[in-house]
Design a binder for this molecule. Structure first.
Ligand SMILES: [Zn+2]
Length: 60
C-alpha cells in the first residue's frame, strides 16, 4: 500500500499493476490524513492511497 500525491498516482498504479498484475484499489485520504502524509515518491502531501486488492484483511 502506498500513499501518493496527484502527480505520482499514475506511477503508483503502473508499479502496482506491474508487480501484482491486477488493477489496484485507489482511495482518497481524508483531509486530516492528507496533512500528515507525504507522497511515497516526492515531498508533497499525499492525496491518494493505492492498495492491492488481494489483501485478505477486508473490513466490511
Ligand atoms: Zn508525489
Amino acid at each position: 500500500m502506498v500513499k501518493v500525491c496527484d502527480e505520482h498516482i499514475e506511477l503508483a498504479i503502473d508499479i502496482m499493476v506491474d508487480e501484482e498484475e491486477i488493477a489496484p484499489e485507489i482511495n482518497l485520504l481524508t483531509e486530516e490524513e492528507k496533512l500528515s502524509t507525504t507522497c511515497e515518491y516526492c515531498q508533497k502531501n499525499a492525496i491518494y492511497v493505492v492498495a492491492n486488492t488481494y489483501s485478505d484483511t477486508t473490513c466490511g
